[in-house]
Design a protein around this ligand. Structure first.
Ligand code: SAH
Length: 242
């Protein structure tokens, strides 16, 4: 049976998936980290889902790169998945043709705010730049558009960030994927980043307002497309077993 681990930053993003797949909460993978785990079976797939949990002092969701890397590391160590799916929300540019609720699959994942102009390979190290070959094939089969998923630790963007982001053809700006790609690359485990647009970064509304207004819709669309992805993976796993 194919083992799939889904890593989702916020409980609001994960809720429709947990409900649709009928996943149940399992004992935490880490006695220290606040991440929460859910498990279940979908068709011939064994599914684990990890959310990053909330900050014990501030009560907010643990978004951003460090919780994502640590949750992914615990999940990769404990579940040894065949595939990691990072499902989440993102910002995008209307000018590049994106709309609220559009769902993309990352063909490439990079950091956009790690600028290390020290010569040698430091610049490339800063950018990350993880190419997701198996994700590209899956996107093609699902008929989903592909993007460059750009990861950083701010919800807003500085003018420098914006210039870097605009260089990419189709941009999904978010806060976790490259951090997960980094640790998944150590485990040599393929990663599919699937992202639903909550906010258009070039609209007249603030990113924070759009994010809050569209989180439920984007999470619902995300759940629908993740389910189509799981259906395809289940079919492939069946064919491989036959
Ligand atoms: N205001 C929210 C915090 C959301 S942080 C709250 O009160 O809970 C944003 C989360 O959504 C991150 O996990 C990130 O991956 C994703 N995201 C959506 N739109 C984004 C954008 N424009 N820039 C960066 N991250 C974004």
């Amino acid at each position: 049976m194919k083992r799939i681990t889904m890593i989702v930053a916020m409980k609001q993003e994960a809720a429709p998936l947990i409900e649709q797949l009928g996943l149940t909460e399992t004992s935490d993978i880490s006695p220290i980290l606040p991440c929460k785990t859910f498990a279940g079976q979908y068709k011939n797939l064994s599914i684990n889902l990890v959310i990053n949990g909330s900050d014990p002092l501030l009560g907010v969701e643990n978004v951003g790169t460090q919780p994502a890397t640590l949750a992914a590391h615990e999940a990769l160590r404990n579940f040894a998945p065949d595939l990691v799916i990072n499902a989440g929300t993102c910002g995008a540019f209307a000018e590049k043709g994106s709309k609220i609720g559009d769902v993309y699959i990352g063909e490439r994942i990079r950091f956009f705010d790690r600028r290390i102009p020290l010569g040698g390979n430091y610049e490339a190290y800063g950018h990350g730049n993880y190419r997701c070959e198996s994700a590209i094939e899956l996107a093609e089969q699902l008929g989903l558009p592909t993007s460059t998923v750009c990861t950083g630790n701010s919800l807003d963007m500085s003018p420098t960030d914006e210039a870097i982001l605009r260089e990419e053809e189709i941009v999904n700006k978010e806060m976790e994927a490259a951090a997960i790609a980094w640790i998944a690359s150590h485990y040599k485990t393929p990663l599919v980043a699937i992202k639903s647009v909550t906010d258009l970064m070039d609209s007249e509304h603030s990113t924070a307002d759009e994010f809050a207004a569209n989180l439920a819709l984007a999470s619902k669309n995300l759940q629908e497309e993740v389910l189509r992805l799981l259906d395809l993976l289940a079919l492939q796993s069946d064919t491989a077993a036959a």
